[in-house]
Design a protein around this ligand. Sequence first.
Ligand SMILES: [Zn+2]
Length: 87
Amino acid sequence: MRIPCPHCGERPVDEFTTIGTADPVRPEASSDMKDWVDYVYIRNNPAGTHREWFHHVGGCRAWLVVTRDTRTHAILGARTAEEARKP
Ligand SMILES: [Zn+2]
């Protein structure tokens, strides 16, 4: 699998680490405990397009949001964390 880093170009996945899904939204500090438990522990296991955090530790050290098809492992795109936050 190769990931198109916006800074370094297409690089092998061995240069990256991942922490999983990029979809959960951090609750407000004053939110209920259930919201925090869901944020920390509950994850979907989608079959299809999925956004995930990748850290380019073997390259530019940027955090990326990579869109991947979990059925085929095809990489559909990668954006920096800053770009991914934009609507
Ligand atoms: Zn990079």
